[in-house]
Design a protein around this ligand. Sequence first.
Ligand code: SAM
Length: 225
Amino acid sequence: MLYIVATPIGNLEDITMRAIRTLKEVNLIAAEDTRTSGILLKKYEIATPMISFHAHSDDRKVVELIEKMKAGQNVALISDAGTPGISDPGFKLVRAAREAGVAVIPIPGPSAFLTALSGSGLPINRFLYLGFLPMKKGRQTMLKSLQEEGRTIVFYESPHRLLKTLGEFSEYFPERKLVLARELTKIFEEFLSGTPAELYEHFQKKSPKGEFVIIMAGKDFQQED
Ligand code: SAM
């Protein structure tokens, strides 16, 4: 069996009892970064062996894991933070497991975009999750296409690219309300809101640090909605 196990996005207490039990009971944990996950495993006294499975793992690694599961071993997939497969490695392994007839059992838990949306104060009955924007090819086309998007949109962004992105947003979406969720579940968690230009100015004075989720109101959003 393949268990897809969500792990904390910062605060190590954000893990379910089922996730801990599963990580203790499986034969092997496939982790994006064994050193990062080692901290979590140590806290919960999980002694299960780990192997690395990351974005650059080749197809041989997928085949090797599938063979182990077909031979009766149970494997848990975890990423550095949050839900595996959400802007993280995992999709190829889940697809291969399903194709090979290996049972796939997702164990739900945190994800940064859902945590950010739930605290944003923007409408979230319907939303569009886009993960990281493309770095180059297709980026401008995507931004242009979003000018007509009526739903709340949620992105991931690295601190190094935040200013560039806010600069572009101020050109493409000058009037839209943005909410930035920073360092969710951690000591310096904060939510900042404003227009792209206002947030650009803020981070020009104080350089962006930590992890960010960007949430943008849809085109027709009114504060009083
Ligand atoms: N699989 C993860 C999930 O379910 O949320 C996402 C992994 S993705 C590689 C990492 C990005 O998620 C970061 O660059 C940041 O945009 C966002 N992120 C992860 N943890 C966060 C946190 N504690 N606060 C804000 N954003 C976070």
